[in-house]
Design a protein around this ligand. Sequence first.
Ligand SMILES: [Zn+2]
Length: 212
Amino acid sequence: MRASDGIAQDAHIIEQGKYAMAVNECCVVQLDREAPAVKVSFMEYRWHLADADRVAYQAEQLRKKLGQYRQKRTSAELIVAMATECMLAYRRVEEAGWLSRIEPSWEHDCEHCIFLGPMQREEGDKRADGVRRMVPQRTDLFYCPENKPYPTVVARFGATERDIYRGLLPGLGGLNADLYEAARRAKSMGLLDGIQLPPLTVLDNGTGGMSD
Ligand SMILES: [Zn+2]
């Protein structure tokens, strides 16, 4: 889907089961095509609040404006229009200096990945004197709707091919703290709605192991 103006082209369109979503750096506008119903989630982890009160007021104005869209017929074009409305509001607030956008720390080469904001974690750093210190490590979190065979979440903590974790099940299952946080954010914004999950494998923690 393409919109006629340059701004709306910044929105990703994701189709997952009965859901269609328009996603940009400001929001996820999700359409449940069966209901039909529209849900808007703001990308709070991608923005730094410089003036929380002013932003809260502007967010309320934006909600009202988006609420008026809901009165109209729901369609895929509608969610793109709503995502664009959202982006224009964010840009105005950004220009006023009340919000600033957070960019990824590391270069990431997948054009489909949706940045979910950074997270800080502690990393053991063995220095020349042999003493291990904990230093803050910034990790960029993403949701990749185009990953095959299933969509996934991604955590990038460095610039090389090895500095990355990926996997939706480890994230949802809490097996990896970074992926867990990425999955939590993606889920809270509705980005995981409608996806077909891979079949779960039950891990055998007993002593018997595999037998046939
Ligand atoms: Zn990706």
